[in-house]
Design a protein around this ligand. Structure first.
Ligand SMILES: [Zn+2]
Length: 75
């Protein structure tokens, strides 16, 4: 499980079950296990500090690589 945090203010945003060892490019909504301070403005997901995290693409969030950091393990 990965804990995804804002790259700016380090606030926890979500817990995500990442399959495979690849980059975190998308977060499939069905594998998001918990959300914290993630805010949605139209199609954009942002941290509460305003930092852009990603874009809603329906079944997944297209993640903005510079917007987040993560800890934890991929499966
Ligand atoms: Zn933030």
């Amino acid at each position: 499980m990965l804990t995804i945090k804002c790259s700016k203010c380090k606030t926890k945003l979500l817990k995500y079950q990442k399959l495979g060892s690849g980059k975190v490019l998308k977060c499939h909504k069905s594998r998001i296990k918990r959300t914290y301070k993630l805010e949605k403005d139209l199609e954009d997901y942002r941290c509460k500090c305003g930092n852009f995290i990603g874009r809603d693409e329906g079944s997944f969030i297209k993640m903005y690589e510079q917007g987040f950091i993560y800890t934890g393990t991929k499966e």
